[in-house]
Design a protein around this ligand. Sequence first.
Ligand SMILES: [Zn+2]
Length: 251
Amino acid sequence: MLDKLELNTEAQELRELLGEDVNSPVDIFSLVSQIEGLTLVFYPLGENISGMCVLDDEIKLIAVNSTMSYGRQRFSLAHELYHLYFDKESGYNVCSKKLDPRSENEKCADQFASYFLAPYKSLRAAIKKVSDNGPLSMQKVIALEQYFGMSHLTMLWRLVCEGYLSSDQIKDYSFGVMSAARSLGYDDKLYRPAPPECQKRTYGHYLKQVEELRSKDLVSPGKIDELLLDAFRDDIVYGLDEDDQGREAID
Ligand SMILES: [Zn+2]
């Protein structure tokens, strides 16, 4: 297995490749939308699967389980980026929600994801800032996960890995997270899944290809609608986005 230093370095390299600095919290969905040829699919993948990645000569695709919390979806996407850029074992990965302890590759992808969202050095600096050299309370853990946009559990495990918390504390810190976050003044978006009407969506390369067919008049309008509906983009076909309807753009 790659060591942590190497995985942290790879995470930094990918941030730089995608035009991001090596320390700041990232808008991972926006970063990923810049990857040439990549199609990103959000789909309810069931209880056990967090995401998947397909990479071959024709397809570059990442799918994320949209029924998981927003924070966990961010982590899953970072995990799949490891498969896309650094995994030399297979071009086809279906990743389970629970870490398979037998798979070194999955462990690497999880650690990479953690470093991609919260680089080693910036997590250390953030801990120093919030803890003031005292112990890490639940409130402080919530401040850290909100800053880096990580799910509560992935932040807890990272803090255990780095020696800031003991594994016994995981249980104590696992209850009442959403209400604690709300009472501390944070949005609880990080802990909730996408609303049901947004759980099936496709973004990226596939949409660009459909747009190219449309602009070059290569297929009928009916076929374009069919291709969009296949990609769960009824919002485009039927103009379902309420924010857009009949309104001027507002900045
Ligand atoms: Zn995986």
